[in-house]
Write a protein that binds this ligand. Structure first.
Ligand code: EPZ
Length: 429
């Protein structure tokens, strides 16, 4: 067990390299099951969600060859089962992409319901409806999703809600279905486009990804390919906010500025300077922020996965700021931790009202989930004094080498091993 120790108020200065996108990687890795071939994937982030997905594929019979820290070759010729038990899926919510991938490969899938972050209910009704419209019979029993069809048939699917996961899962099932599938009201996140590009590199026919309407002409067979994952939009946004929070001057490299537009716009509104280059953004701030209102929306709106991070700036912004979380029904749990550091925030359902305070002060806090954990790091970097963050295993899921990346730009942050209570030397007999 480890915790983070941060001594705040160091201005971040220097360069940070962004890694591959977690939410693209956890969709593209299962997609390799759609071909009985070898796929070489590059620019993968070295994070526990990715290694967990490798483990699942290996347990299914695939061969995952680690080429280097960011590159693997996945051979799925030897995969021989469409059944994924709970002990494999419980570690990773994105394991539900295996349903779409296995339906695409076998027209069958029997996958244990996933786990997931602890912010609100995370239903999969839109995934199931998509599979049924493609001709699969889907039942849920003993916490297992059981989907089967003689073969899948293309269909027109109008999504009741914009759903990243359901859009991805339907794409995975549809690429080898017979005929045309049209997904309307589709999610448009960068990782949806990245998955479509990967599938097309395998010989699929996916058009319109990144728009509201995705058209997929089913093909008989897919083949292996070599593919490089896009940079992580949310990792980049997280470091942009960290640079601003400390009144720093940081060049964030290996990004696609277009993917960051809504984050850049919100930082500019707060009075932060953001300069865009071809594959980098430079963030400069004096550590003072104007109040602003944030409403999270599906892409290209402000990303919900940046909501906790942006909220940290608003705790010390000048005036009253309002954050409206429109994607998840309970994503303000982390506010409790910010209040321990002196923030003045009122939460009412999916709305949080921030009264700016002069500063935050360091405190022992915890990471409630992945992005909440990232927000606590930003708060610790900005606060006066020492902050200790527990439950950092959540942060390890989605941010590669974050302690090293932050130390390289001057942050006073390190990991500290926690000795469990009962094991302390000399503890009472
Ligand atoms: C993906 O989750 C991301 N996870 C989340 O990022 C992200 O917050 C979310 O998209 C929104 O961008 C991965 O990509 C692995 P949704 P997902 O389906 O697919 C409702 C992170 O920090 N809904 O777009 O689960 C749902 O309850 C994680 O990297 C249904 O009602 O999100 C939510 O209110 C956290 N029925 C809304 O849609 C369904 O069948 C959007 O969810 C599916 C979703």
């Amino acid at each position: 067990m480890e915790k983070l120790v941060i001594h705040g108020r160091n201005r971040l200065s220097g360069e940070i390299e962004i890694s591959g996108a977690k939410n693209a990687a956890v969709a593209i890795i299962p997609a390799t099951l759609l071909a009985q071939d070898v796929c070489r994937i590059e620019n993968l982030p070295n994070i526990s969600d990715v290694t967990c997905m490798f483990k699942i594929l290996t347990q299914m019979g695939a061969q995952v060859k680690i080429i280097n820290k960011h590159t693997v070759e996945i051979n799925t010729k030897t995969v021989n089962s469409y059944i994924i038990p709970h002990e494999m899926t419980k570690q990773l919510r994105a394991s539900y992409y295996l349903i779409g991938a296995l339906l695409g490969r076998y027209s069958r899938a029997k996958v244990a319901l996933p786990g997931g972050c602890n912010f609100g209910v995370r239903p999969i009704d839109l995934h199931i409806r998509g599979f049924e419209l493609l001709g699969a019979n889907v039942t849920v029993e003993n916490a297992m999703i059981n989907a089967k069809a003689d073969y899948l048939t293309g269909s027109s699917i109008y999504m009741d809600k914009v759903s990243v996961g359901a859009t991805i899962n339907i794409m995975l099932a549809a690429v080898k279905a017979r005929g045309l599938t049209i997904i309307e009201h589709a999610a448009k996140e960068p990782h949806i486009v990245d998955l479509a590009n990967f599938l097309n590199a395998m010989g699929a026919d996916v058009r319109g990804a990144g728009t509201d309407v995705i058209k997929i002409h089913g093909v008989q067979n897919l083949h292996g390919c070599t593919y490089s994952i896009i940079p992580d939009q949310i990792e980049a946004g997280t470091y942009m906010v960290a640079a601003a929070a400390t009144g720093g001057d940081v060049l964030i490299k290996n990004v696609i500025p277009k993917h960051l537009e809504s984050i850049t716009a919100k930082l500019l509104e707060c009075g932060v300077s953001v300069t865009e280059y071809d594959e980098a953004v430079r963030v400069v701030s004096d550590g003072k922020f104007r109040k602003c209102n944030v409403k999270t929306m599906p892409h290209p709106g402000f990303p919900t996965d940046m909501q906790p991070q942006m909220a940290v700036l608003l705790t010390v912004a000048n005036g009253t700021s309002i954050v409206s979380e429109s994607v998840w029904d309970n994503r303000f749990k982390y506010i409790e931790q910010l209040v321990r550091m002196g923030a003045n925030v009122q939460v009412d359902g999916t709305i949080a009202v921030f009264q700016g305070v002069p500063e935050l002060t360091g405190a022992p806090v915890r990471a409630d989930d992945l992005r909440a954990g990232a927000a606590m790091i930003i708060a610790g970097l900005m606060a006066r004094g020492k902050t200790e963050i527990e439950d950092i295993i959540y942060i390890d899921r989605g941010y590669e080498d974050y302690v090293e990346k932050l130390r390289n730009v001057g942050a006073d942050i390190y990991r500290k091993t926690i000795v469990p209570e009962g094991n302390k030397m000399g503890s009472a007999g």
